[in-house]
Write a protein that binds this ligand. Structure first.
Ligand SMILES: NC(=O)c1ccc[n+]([C@@H]2O[C@H](COP(=O)([O-])OP(=O)(O)OC[C@H]3O[C@@H](n4cnc5c(N)ncnc54)[C@H](O)[C@@H]3O)[C@@H](O)[C@H]2O)c1
Length: 414
């Protein structure tokens, strides 16, 4: 440990790492000191970005083992692709076992793994390692979500009764790297990629602040998946051009739309409902996160594109396509919403600050690999429900070894 500050090493130098680096400007108790990526040039670029942002004197590492062994690295932020999650975790644990390094904690990006068997492996590995562990679900740290929850529970729910319905949605026009579009690598389509956020945010809003996760209990799941846009012939071609020949959406599609209803029961066995929708087939200004919560005498709602800042640009304002206004931006002209500080507004900043403080204090975070495992169980039950076209009681038989058809490259869009 560097004095009273932790040294953080990132595994992965991609899209999400960039968000974490931006967020780190709001984290006081840790510096970013390392980045590992199999492509050393990418690791060097991310390390340079960390220095430019003044969030740490980061250097690039050639291997996970070298980064773990470095005396300045105390914690790992695991941000590699889903299909390498268990492999990355195994490499960390092997390095620790050989007595290298002195890690305190690990924080892992969503989803914890591609299926329940892998998620359970992640839990076993982290338990064997003795490390403190955190599950990185940024949306439950978003200031609008945490503030909304706090006020709703302390004022409205305290007087009139607990909330009973949460609706959460995450939608954009499709992910940025080829592996997301390959069911076998990613673990599924949009359901696995984004419903993990919406399920957890819905569960979070319906759980009384301070109460344990088990205070509300999922009892059944009903879901549907479809490919609405990207398996149309003209779009499979666009995907191939943009993502490369390995993305064979024509023969191996994955869902670009998913919805699920999860029935929970509360402390008194009364029904609660979480409704979630996710899609890669939404073309609007950019990423749209919506949340609505209903209680007996109140309701709350949030839409990330209803930003306080909007910029109008006429047809004379021309320029290259990019994401300078909002994540997954779809236009450069017209009336566009702008988020002042995306990394903070999506929750990365408060999230990273929370996990750093837990690790620094030697405290097990509340949001952990165990939560990542339960979310994976719910996601897999949703796939089962969609495949079988029926409501499924939670936890169903066969869940431990279940792999969705999408993740086997066998799914047919009907
Ligand atoms: N919280 C969020 O909202 C959010 C957003 C995006 C991505 N994610 C999650 O973060 C993870 C990374 O996604 P991304 O968007 O950064 O992907 P990406 O495709 O942009 O980047 C992936 C990175 O993985 C790294 N990598 C490649 N091979 C590796 C290996 N063998 N070992 C370790 N790292 C390797 C590379 O540095 C690459 O840049 C995924 O699990 C994804 O689900 C979360």
């Amino acid at each position: 440990m560097t004095g009273t500050k932790l040294g953080i090493g990132f595994i992965g130098s991609g899209f999400v790492t960039k968000f974490h680096l931006e967020a780190w400007r709001g984290v006081r108790d840790a510096d970013v000191l390392g980045v590992y990526s199999p492509n050393i040039a990418h690791a060097e670029a991310a390390a340079a970005r960390a220095q430019e942002l003044r969030v740490g004197n980061a250097r690039a590492f050639k291997s996970i083992e070298d980064m773990i062994a470095a005396p300045e690295i105390d914690c790992i932020w695991l941000c590699g692709p889903n299909h390498l999650r268990v492999q990355n975790m195994q490499a960390i644990c092997d390095a620790i076992q050989t007595g290298r390094g002195k890690l305190i904690g690990i924080a892992c990006e969503k989803p914890l793994a591609r299926n329940v068997a892998e998620a359970r492996q992640m839990v076993q590995l982290v338990e064997q390692s003795g490390l403190l562990h955190g599950y990185l679900e940024d949306q439950i740290f978003a200031p609008t979500v945490t503030r909304g929850r706090e006020i709703m529970w302390s004022r409205a729910a305290a007087l009139t009764g607990r909330p009973y319905l949460a609706r959460a949605a995450e939608e954009h026009s499709g992910p940025h790297s080829p592996w997301f579009w390959q069911g076998e690598l990613q673990g599924g389509g949009v359901l696995n990629d984004m419903m993990c956020h919406s399920i957890e945010v819905g569960r979070f809003m319906l759980t009384k602040p301070g109460a344990p996760r088990a205070s509300i209990r999922p009892v059944k799941v009903s879901a549907q998946i479809a490919s609405l846009k990207w398996s149309r012939p003209e779009y499979t071609e666009i995907l191939k051009q943009n993502m490369g020949a390995d993305v064979d959406y024509k023969n191996k599609p994955s869902e670009d739309f998913a919805r699920a209803t999860i029935n929970y029961v509360d402390e008194d066995n009364k029904p609660l409902i979480v409704e979630v929708t996710t899609s890669w087939s939404y073309v609007g200004a950019g990423l749209r996160l919506t949340l609505e919560v209903l209680g007996p005498e109140y309701s709350l709602n949030m839409n990330s594109l209803d930003s306080g800042l909007k910029l109008f640009m006429s047809r004379e304002v021309k320029g290259a396509a990019g994401e300078d206004l909002v994540e997954k931006q779809n236009a450069e002209q017209g009336l566009m919403p702008v988020l002042g500080n995306e990394a903070a507004e999506y929750g990365y900043e408060s999230q990273d600050r929370y996990f750093v403080q837990c690790f620094l204090d030697g405290r097990q975070p509340d949001e952990s690999f165990y939560d990542g495992l339960e979310i994976t169980e719910l996601l897999m039950t949703a796939y089962m429900s969609a495949e079988q076209e029926r409501t499924i009681r939670f936890r169903p038989e066969g869940l431990e070894t279940y792999v969705p058809l999408v993740a086997q490259g066998l799914w047919k869009n009907r």
